[in-house]
Design a protein around this ligand. Structure first.
Ligand code: ARG
Length: 465
C-alpha cells in the first residue's frame, strides 16, 4: 500500500477487514473527538520512543531525523489549528501517525516498531496527567496563600463556632479560614504522592507481553522525565489505578470546596449576614430585584457531584476487567478531562473570590453573643476555683436556663445573679465570659487564640513561600 493509501483509507488497522464499519459503529468506537487533547503527550512519547529506537540501532539516523522533523511539523500544525482530525482514524495516535507518514513517507511507518497503542495510550494519559497535577498543586498553593493572608488580616475577628450548627464556642475568623488551609494542604500532599505513581513509563510493554526488539525503556523514561518504568507489561497496559487515585484525590479537593461553599452560602444569607462576596461572583434574580445570590459557591457545591461521579465511573470501569488491555479503558479519558477542568476552574475562581471576601465583624459578634457561647468558659472558671467539672457543668446549665428565660446572654447576667448559682463567682468572671477572654484562653497549639492563629499564619507562610 502506498503512503497515500494509508493516509486515505477508511480503516486504519489491516487488510484483514473486508467489511466497512457503519457510521454509528465508527462514532461509537472512535475516541479522537476527545483524546485529541492528548496530542502533546502523544508527540512527546513518540519523539522519545524514536530517539531510543535510533540509539538502539533499530531505526536509522535518517529515519529518526525524518520522524523528528515530521512530528515537530505536526505539532506546529495542531498548535495553529490547521490539523484535520479524522474520525476514520479512530484516535489521536492513529491520526498523528497517519499524518506523519503522509509527511515523511516510509520512516513514519517505522515509528510504531516495538510499540502498541496499548502502551502508547497509557503513556500519553500518564504524561498528560502529570502536567495537570503540577498545575493543580500550583492552584491549590495560590488558594492557600490567599486564605492565609485573609486569616492574618482577620485573626482578631470573632464569630460563633458551631457544632450541630448550634452556637458552640467563639472562634477567630482567621482560625476558621486556616481550617480549610489545612484541608487544601493535605489535598496537595495527596496529589503529589499520587504523582509518583502516575509518573511511570508503560512504553515497552507493547500490546501486553513486551516486545522482541531490544528496547531501552529506562532511557525513554529518563527522556520523558519519568520516575521509573512499569515493571510488568500486563499491568502496564491495563491498570488505570493511577487515574483512580488522582480522581479520588480530586474528589477530596472538591469535597473540601463544597464544605467551604456551604459555609459561604450560609454566611451570606440574611439570617447570618457574616460576609459579603464581591458582586462579580454573584448574580441577581430575574424576578426579585433585591436578590444577590452566591451562585459561584452554589455551583461549586453542585460541581462536586460530577467529580464524585467521575470517580465512581472510573472505579466501575476498572472493576472486574481481566488482564490485559480492554477497550473499556478508552472510557477513562472523558471523566479525567472533566475532573481536571472542573478542579482547575474551581480553584482559580475560589482564589479570586476569597481574595475579595469581606467579613462583617459586628454581625459575627452579635451572633456569638446570642448563643451563650462562653458557657464552657464559666464552667472552666469554676473548675479553677475548685469545683469538679461535672458539677460546674451543671451549675452553668442552670445559669444558662435563667439567662435564656430573661432573653439575655449569659455574660449579661449581673454578678449577684451569677453568685446565686455559685458563691465562688467574683467580678473577674466578666473577663472570662467575654468573647475575647474566651478566645485568648485557648492558647494551646492548634487552638483559636489569636496568638496561635498568628503563629499558624507564620508557619503557613514559610511553608508556602
Ligand atoms: N483509543 C484507545 C484508548 O483510548 C487506544 C488504544 C486502543 N488499542 C486497541 N487495541 N484498540 O484506549
Amino acid at each position: 500500500m502506498s503512503d497515500n493509501q494509508l493516509a486515505n483509507k477508511s480503516q486504519a488497522w489491516s487488510a484483514l477487514f473486508s467489511e466497512p464499519m457503519s457510521d454509528l459503529v465508527k462514532r461509537y468506537t472512535a475516541s479522537v473527538g476527545f483524546d485529541k487533547r492528548l496530542w502533546r503527550a502523544d508527540i512527546a512519547g513518540s519523539l522519545a520512543h524514536a530517539e531510543m529506537l535510533c540509539s538502539q540501532g533499530i531505526l536509522s539516523a535518517e529515519d529518526h531525523e525524518a520522524i523528528q522533523r515530521g512530528l515537530n511539523e505536526i505539532a506546529a500544525e495542531i498548535d495553529a489549528g490547521n490539523f484535520e482530525w479524522k474520525l476514520d482514524l479512530e484516535d489521536v495516535h492513529l491520526n498523528i501517525e497517519a499524518r506523519l507518514t503522509e509527511r515523511v513517507g516510509i520512516a513514519g511507518k517505522r515509528l510504531h516498531t516495538g510499540r502498541s497503542r496499548n502502551d502508547q495510550v497509557a503513556t500519553d494519559v500518564r504524561l498528560w496527567l502529570r502536567g495537570e497535577i503540577d498545575e493543580i498543586t500550583g492552584l491549590l498553593k495560590a488558594l492557600q496563600t490567599v486564605m492565609v493572608e485573609k486569616a492574618s488580616e482577620h485573626a482578631d475577628v470573632i464569630l460563633p463556632g458551631f457544632t450541630h450548627l448550634q452556637v458552640a464556642q467563639p472562634v477567630s475568623f482567621g482560625h476558621h479560614l486556616l481550617a480549610y488551609v489545612e484541608m487544601f494542604a493535605r489535598d496537595a500532599e495527596r496529589l503529589l504522592d499520587a504523582r509518583k505513581r502516575v509518573n511511570r513509563l508503560p512504553l515497552g510493554a507493547a500490546a501486553l507481553a513486551g516486545t522482541s526488539y531490544p528496547l531501552d525503556r529506562e532511557r525513554v523514561a529518563k527522556t520523558l522525565g519519568m520516575e521509573g518504568v512499569c515493571q510488568n507489561s500486563l499491568d502496564a497496559v491495563s491498570d488505570r489505578d493511577f487515574a483512580i487515585e488522582f480522581s479520588s484525590a480530586a474528589t477530596l479537593v472538591m469535597l473540601h470546596i463544597s464544605r467551604l461553599s456551604e459555609e459561604l452560602i450560609l454566611w451570606m444569607s440574611q439570617n447570618f449576614g457574616f460576609i459579603a462576596l464581591p458582586d462579580a461572583f454573584c448574580t441577581g434574580s430575574s424576578i426579585m430585584p433585591q436578590k444577590k445570590n452566591p451562585d459561584v459557591p452554589e455551583l461549586a457545591r453542585g460541581k462536586t457531584g460530577r467529580v464524585v461521579g467521575h470517580l465512581v465511573g472510573l472505579v466501575t470501569l476498572m472493576k472486574g476487567q481481566p488482564l490485559a488491555y480492554n477497550k473499556d479503558n478508552q472510557e477513562d479519558k472523558e471523566p479525567l478531562f472533566d475532573t481536571v477542568d472542573t478542579l482547575k476552574d474551581t480553584l482559580r475562581i475560589f482564589a479570586d473570590m476569597l481574595a475579595g471576601l469581606t467579613p462583617k465583624p459586628e454581625a459575627m459578634r452579635a451572633a456569638a453573643l446570642r448563643g451563650h457561647a462562653t458557657a464552657t468558659d464559666l464552667a472552666d472558671y469554676l473548675v479553677k476555683k475548685g469545683a469538679a467539672f461535672r458539677d460546674a457543668h451543671e451549675v452553668v446549665a442552670h445559669a444558662v436556663k435563667t439567662a435564656t428565660a430573661k432573653g439575655v446572654d449569659l455574660a449579661a447576667l449581673s454578678l449577684e445573679e451569677l453568685r446565686a448559682f455559685d458563691a465562688r463567682i467574683e467580678a473577674d468572671v466578666f473577663e472570662v465570659l467575654s468573647l475575647e477572654g474566651s478566645l485568648n484562653a485557648r492558647n494551646v497549639l492548634g487552638g483559636t487564640a489569636p496568638a496561635q492563629v498568628r503563629a499558624q499564619v507564620a508557619r503557613h507562610r514559610a511553608r508556602l513561600a
